[in-house]
Design a protein around this ligand. Structure first.
Ligand SMILES: Nc1ncnc2c1ncn2[C@@H]1O[C@H](COP(=O)(O)OP(=O)(O)O)[C@@H](O)[C@H]1O
Ligand SMILES: [Mg+2]
Length: 247
């Protein structure tokens, strides 16, 4: 049997005395799109923060391609091929689109010791990527993030995850505050991610959005996973709502 891309085993998390996660097991396969659903406070964000290095688990293990890993920071997660896109993505709004795409990984031109960024290359790559993620309006790559709409910012964050070839792209409510067309753009990206060999964990408020794009639905309730193998093609939205609320 092929190794899962990511396997989280028996993950627990306490924030002080609040237990946000209790013995959670989650696997994600290669080229698999997993929808993570649950009511507010169910522990979805905490679970993916543990996986993306934003918060440490209190206990439990994480395996990437069968090897146990220590994820203590977002840099560790990125090194393992795990990139996370939050509602307010970690973009530097004063910097350009191109600069944000390469943040911390800028290509260098000329003699190494001069440490001069290759702006031409960055802008070329940025232009290509923006086209790929569906920013079709020909926005120049040197545009600062501050002048982009919410959806365009989300697209830049997605483009970054794509370019650095993350194996697993985690999206935590990426469509909140987005317009209809922008939301469609994000959904299109998730749907296409599988074909380009990426896996995704997709968290969204809107169950219908999740149903449209995922291979498998996992439901959390009060810090635990209560269903991990719901096939959206064989299940109704109402049934999944029942699992979410536990009624
Ligand atoms: N930084 C924090 N400090 C204390 N409690 C937190 C913190 N973050 C989340 N929690 C608590 O952990 C639980 C799970 O929250 P969260 O993972 O954000 O759920 P979800 O994303 O499913 O809405 C909630 O009870 C929440 O109040
Ligand atoms: Mg959340």
């Amino acid at each position: 049997m092929a190794e899962a891309l990511v396997r989280m085993e028996n993950i627990s998390k306490f924030y002080g005395r609040v237990q946000a996660l209790e013995g959670v097991n989650l696997t994600v396969d290669g080229s698999e799109i997993v929808g993570l659903l649950g009511d507010n406070g169910a522990g979805k964000s905490t679970l993916i923060k543990v996986l993306s290095g934003a918060v440490p688990a209190t206990s439990g293990d994480i395996y990437v391609r069968g090897r146990k890993v220590n994820i203590r920071s977002t840099t560790d997660a990125i090194a393992q091929g795990i990139e996370t896109i939050y509602q307010d993505s970690a973009l530097v709004i004063q910097l350009s689109i191109a600069r944000n795409l390469f943040l911390g990984r800028e290509p260098i031109t000329g003699p190494r010791f001069l440490n001069r960024m290759d702006h031409t290359l960055m802008e070329q790559v940025a232009r290509d990527l923006l086209k790929k993620v569906g920013i079709g309006k020909d926005i120049p790559p040197d545009t600062p993030i501050s002048s982009l709409s919410g959806g365009e910012r989300q697209a830049v964050a997605i483009a970054r995850a794509m370019h650095f070839d993350s194996d697993l792209i985690i999206l935590d409510e990426p469509t909140n505050n987005l317009g209809v067309a922008e939301t469609q753009g994000v959904l299109r990206f998730v749907r296409n991610a599988r074909d380009s060999g990426h896996s995704c964990i997709f968290i969204a408020h809107n169950i219908h959005h999740v149903f449209q794009v995922v291979d498998r639905i996992v439901v959390m309730r009060r810090g635990k996973i209560v269903a991990d193998d719901i096939d959206p093609k064989r299940t109704t939205v109402a049934e999944v709502e029942g699992v979410i609320t536990g009624e």
